[in-house]
Write a protein that binds this ligand. Structure first.
Ligand SMILES: Nc1ncnc2c1ncn2[C@@H]1O[C@H](COP(=O)(O)OP(=O)(O)OP(=O)(O)O)[C@@H](O)[C@H]1O
Ligand SMILES: [Mg+2]
Length: 395
């Protein structure tokens, strides 16, 4: 089936909010596909349903919090530790009811790792009985804007625990000299309560190393961090986030039981991110944005789609073709758009039609006609003039 991978992603997203009618419809679709002889894709849908069923069984209410976090219950009025000199807070606390993170769209391999971790927490009792501990420390690394903070918040949400988020860059740069003491206060606070500790901008510690004046300080800070992390073992979940995992001291790296690499979103994921923001399903326009955002992060795709939507709404000429709007957005943005895409979107209509028609089977002729606001005949003519019959007529 054409675009099955995108359909599968959509179903995966929809199944995150488990609903019986939705499951029923997906089962119907799988049955219809089997009847049509599309066994492989039908099996993929059944697998998706099964894996969702498994994660639903791991719902937060079933998790044994006591095995994941120790300490007092936190309330919304809890006093967050502050720097003694400046009185600046060392962390921000989010109560579970204030968390509303949606799991970012990941390729199956990353999703499997996330599921495996949640499963460990949900089945902590079983692990303990077998003499093992559920993983309590996780390092999430990847390029900026790939959903690291969002997945950390989502994971905390699965545990129904408050989240203590400390931005280490702030903690270090503002209070150089007091950093070790502040780290101690931060960890004492997190260890006292049932909570998830999130250490954002984790590489800030490593970056200190670049400053030759701070050799003594960096040693003190790294040691303080290692000691604090060791002392936190068994007290609660700790999640470190970094864009620069290469900078991290191997000793720090080793402290984390699980390392989760968050990749840039693929075409499939970019299409779904864009379509969510365009708010009108899986249109050719969402695909166009996904195509244009080759090499961009999820956050950049969101920005691009939002810009596109604004331009579309406010354009002077209501008959302007989507491709025109995309061109204007591409020209006006500093978002990382691969140089190839920048060159392609600037092409004249006919060669651009050819580029899009040969882009991984992404667009069929009807969609190309929508994007250029012309007839499918015109699309076919352009393609036959350039390459004979287009590879991907899909109508
Ligand atoms: N793969 C993805 N799927 C869906 N949404 C995504 C994806 N990647 C990023 N986003 C969205 O982009 C926005 C920014 O994500 P987030 O802040 O979690 O990224 P980050 O990796 O923590 O960035 P930074 O390194 O700048 O801190 C969020 O709204 C998030 O939902
Ligand atoms: Mg972040």
């Amino acid at each position: 089936m054409q675009h099955f991978s995108i359909l599968k992603s959509l179903i995966r997203v929809a199944l995150a909010h488990d609903s019986e009618p939705l499951r029923h419809q997906v089962e119907r679709l799988a049955a219809a596909m089997t009847d049509a002889g599309d066994d492989r894709d039908a099996a993929a849908l059944v697998q998706l349903l099964n894996s969702r069923e498994r994660s639903t069984k791991l719902a937060p209410s079933r998790m044994k919090r006591s095995t994941i976090a120790a300490g007092e219950r936190m309330t919304a009025s809890v006093r967050v530790p502050v720097d003694k000199d400046s009185a600046a807070p060392l962390a921000t606390v989010y109560m579970p009811e204030a968390l509303d993170a949606t799991l970012p769209l990941f390729p199956a391999s990353v999703q499997d790792n996330v599921d495996a971790l949640v499963r460990e927490w949900a089945k902590a009792d079983q692990l303990l009985e077998a003499g093992m501990q559920p993983s309590q420390s996780l390092l999430i690394y990847g390029a900026p804007g790939t959903g690291k903070t969002t997945v950390a918040m989502w994971l905390a949400q699965q545990l129904h625990l408050p989240v203590v988020v400390a931005r280490l860059d702030g903690l270090i740069s503002s209070f150089l000299g007091n950093t070790a003491r502040n780290l101690g206060s931060l960890f004492d606070f997190a260890n006292r309560y049932e909570c998830v500790l999130v250490l954002d901008e984790f590489d800030a510690i490593a970056k200190l190393r670049d400053d030759p004046n701070e050799v003594g300080e960096i040693k003190r800070v790294v040691n303080a961090l290692l000691q604090n992390m060791d002392a936190r073992e068994g007290r609660g979940v700790t999640i470190g986030l970094t864009n620069h995992e290469m900078l991290l001291d191997p000793a720090i790296w080793r402290r984390f039981e699980v390392q989760l690499a968050v990749p840039l979103p693929g075409l499939e994921q970019r299409t779904v991110i864009a379509s969510r923001l365009l708010d009108d399903g899986l249109t050719a326009e969402a695909k166009l944005i996904a195509w244009l955002c080759d090499g961009a992060s999820g956050a950049e795709v969101q920005t691009m789609a939002t810009k596109y939507r604004k331009r579309r709404l406010l354009r002077d000429d209501p008959n302007a073709a989507p491709i025109e709007t995309a061109l204007q957005v591409a020209r006006s943005t500093s978002i990382r758009v691969e140089s190839d895409r920048r060159r392609q979107i600037e092409l004249d209509e006919a060669p651009l039609t050819v580029e899009l028609a040969t882009a991984d089977g992404l667009f069929n002729h009807a969609e190309l006609a929508q994007l250029f606001k012309c007839s499918t005949k015109t699309i076919q003519r352009r393609l036959s003039e350039f390459v004979g019959e287009g590879p991907n007529s899909g109508e």
